[in-house]
Design a protein around this ligand. Structure first.
Ligand SMILES: C=C(O[C@@H]1C=C(C(=O)O)C=C[C@H]1O)C(=O)O
Length: 341
């Protein structure tokens, strides 16, 4: 079983499958502390830095291939890579993704269920005048396509800005655990966004449901104020927060999960290890207040002031439902193995 925690101070390296440091500068991925570590330039001030640590209770094997650091425990694989800043990133993204995808095959952990991408200058333009995020999407889509991924197999993901350091990305993949990709019936699947959002649609699912022991984890992608495929509430932070929460609530609802043969429904209060990405620093207090009301007090919530994949998006939220989150009696429906037989 794999789980994560947010750490703001030193932590033991024992049982660590991988770590992502949200720090004041970026660093090439490395194994210096005995586990794969990706350092993303995501905070301006080192006082705001934190690390998301992925833990396992099983023995771990670690390595590096072409700059991609990795570790697996025979059940879950963590990989991380960084691409240097450049005017045109599509080809470098394609190549780095192909290396990482190749590793999932070589190491026989091919069920990629979660990815994170941190893109410097995400709303800037490349040498052809194409937005950097759209250029990134082009390279990523090519890699998935060349690797034979169908849209329905795409992982849950986050694609947000970074303050520097090119593009950092990491993934989690399972060896044998049953996983199901989840879409949100309030939203058009991102891989079917119309062409006006870029030459290649973003390659991700809204969430993935991964069987784990006697329960299941739900990995929820970065979610924003997008309904259908349109951004709603331009320039209005409170409204974008509320729409984002409505999207998350619906994604996890019994009704939406049942469309994928999954049960029971979950609630916002079940989300843990929440990350909230906020474009404008001055919006942070309002967003913090809304999130404190919406989520459980038992959830760690990290706030990052970074740009987002569309210049009209002001806020984006992701989280994880881990197995064993205590559900109220009305939601406790038998044991949910996540396997829909
Ligand atoms: C917010 C959206 O997309 C963002 C971009 C993603 C990506 O490109 O991997 C994944 C989720 C979000 O971080 C959206 O399209 O609704």
């Amino acid at each position: 079983m794999t789980w994560s925690s947010f750490q703001t101070g030193p932590f033991s390296s024992s049982g660590v499958l991988g770590a992502v440091v949200y720090g004041p500068r970026s660093r090439n991925p490395h194994l210096d502390r005995g586990f794969p570590e990706l350092t993303v330039h995501a905070v301006a001030d080192s006082a705001d830095a934190f690390t998301e640590v992925w833990h396992t209770d099983r023995p771990i094997e670690r390595g590096t291939l072409d700059g991609v650091v990795h570790a697996h425990d025979g059940e879950t694989l963590f990989c991380a890579a960084r691409i240097d800043s450049s005017d045109d990133c599509a080809e470098a993204v394609r190549a780095a993704y192909l290396t990482a995808l190749g590793l999932t095959r070589t190491l026989d952990h091919q069920r990629i269920f979660r990815m994170w991408n941190f893109v410097e200058n995400i709303n800037g333009t490349n040498s052809e005048g194409l937005e950097v995020y759209r250029d990134f999407c082009r390279g990523r889509a090519r890699a998935f396509h060349e690797f034979g991924f169908t849209d329905e197999r795409l992982p849950a993901a986050t694609g947000v800005g970074a303050l520097g350091g090119g593009i950092g990305f990491c993934l989690l993949a399972g060896r044998s655990a049953h996983s199901v990709t989840i879409e949100n019936s309030r939203q058009v699947p991102a891989y079917r966004y119309p062409r006006r959002y870029g030459p290649s649609s973003p390659s991700f699912a809204r969430a993935t449901h991964v069987a784990a022991g006697s329960g299941a984890s739900i990995y929820v992608s970065g979610t924003a104020s997008v309904v259908g495929h349109e951004t709603l509430h331009r320039g209005q932070i409170a409204e974008q927060c509320d729409e984002t929460l409505a999207n998350l609530e619906h994604l996890l609802s019994a009704d939406n999960l049942a469309r994928h043969g999954l049960r029971p429904g979950r609630r916002l209060e079940d989300l843990r290890n929440i990350k909230v990405y906020v474009r404008n620093r001055q919006d942070l207090p309002a967003v913090r207040e809304i999130c404190a009301k919406a989520f459980s007090q038992a959830a760690d919530i990290a706030f990052l002031n970074v740009d987002l994949c569309r210049s009209d998006l002001l806020v984006e939220i992701e989280g994880i439902v881990f197995p064993g989150v205590e559900l109220p009696a009305s939601h406790r429906v038998e044991v949910d193995t996540g396997v829909n037989t």
